[in-house]
Design a protein around this ligand. Sequence first.
Ligand SMILES: Nc1ncnc2c1ncn2[C@@H]1O[C@H](COP(=O)(O)OP(=O)(O)OP(=O)(O)O)[C@@H](O)[C@H]1O
Ligand SMILES: Nc1ccn([C@H]2C[C@H](O)[C@@H](COP(=O)(O)O)O2)c(=O)n1
Length: 297
Amino acid sequence: MATTGSSVSGRDVYPCQESHVGNLACVCDIGIQDDYNDGNVMTDLLSSYNPAAPGLRFAAALSSRGAARSVLHECTSLIPEAKAVLDLVDKCPKHPKKGDFPVIVIEGLDATGKTTVTQSVKESLNAVLLRSPPACISEWRKTFDDKPNHIRRAFYALGNYLVALEIAKASIESPVIVDRYWHSTAAYSIATEISGKKQNLPPEHHEVYQWPEDLLKPDLVFLLTVSPEERIRRLQGRGLEKTKEETELEANSLFRQKVEESYKRMENPECQEVDASPSREEVLKTILQLIKKHCSS
Ligand SMILES: Nc1ncnc2c1ncn2[C@@H]1O[C@H](COP(=O)(O)OP(=O)(O)OP(=O)(O)O)[C@@H](O)[C@H]1O
Ligand SMILES: Nc1ccn([C@H]2C[C@H](O)[C@@H](COP(=O)(O)O)O2)c(=O)n1
């Protein structure tokens, strides 16, 4: 359960035009050399502009390791942590393969019960529990959470490629359960970039809802959903002191609607929605049944 940065601290509240903030704005203004893919990310960004989804430039452009890498590469002189992340990413093989055991991802807004479910599934299936972003980069999370959106999302995108390697290794030996993965990066990124209401989201089947071709795919992805009222009850029940930002997050229902709707539009693999409002035991039972059904077919 995260208590700093990101959604709990409420930074996701500000659906931002923050890519024009401070010195770092230059990263998107000057064009980003994609030395990893021998391409130019700025060209990709512009060509990813879609009249059906005006305002959406960065989410689409972060959908490969090379593109996300080049965003951080451009920041290394201003953000030393970017170099540290890149060093780890560059040590990873590019296409790690999944083992024979099932890989299950749990997604959802904060306080929908992901930590609770992943812990229980781990115990029930004797699975390995992993998280994105992984522990090896979590000390830099706060730094990136304070940066313009495209830099922040590039950090999370690369975190997914680091987790992919952990998944590949673990799934040779046992089932793997993952607390957030690519769908979170994409859904929060889209919801942050698209201003206004849910209807402004890119249309269904848009490229931003597609899984990146170069990222290890899970077998199953569950999207936990609860009503906004129940989610607030759970946030409060966690007993954390409610910050001003958290209060704003609670108030920002448009943002949450856009995140959840983006999750629902994800494809290949899609998110299977699970109503997480029943008791912990009931939710676990439902998820175990779905895993059994999928994995025995
Ligand atoms: N089925 C449930 N019924 C009632 N309370 C629940 C249920 N599942 C989880 N909770 C409680 O709701 C709160 C939030 O749950 P949890 O921390 O698992 O959510 P989360 O999705 O991991 O949140 P975050 O993304 O912010 O880390 C916790 O206090 C937890 O005990
Ligand atoms: N793979 C991931 C994991 C997390 N994020 C972002 C999305 C939210 O901004 C925030 C939520 O994390 P939590 O508070 O639940 O730890 O982190 C992401 O983009 N990609």
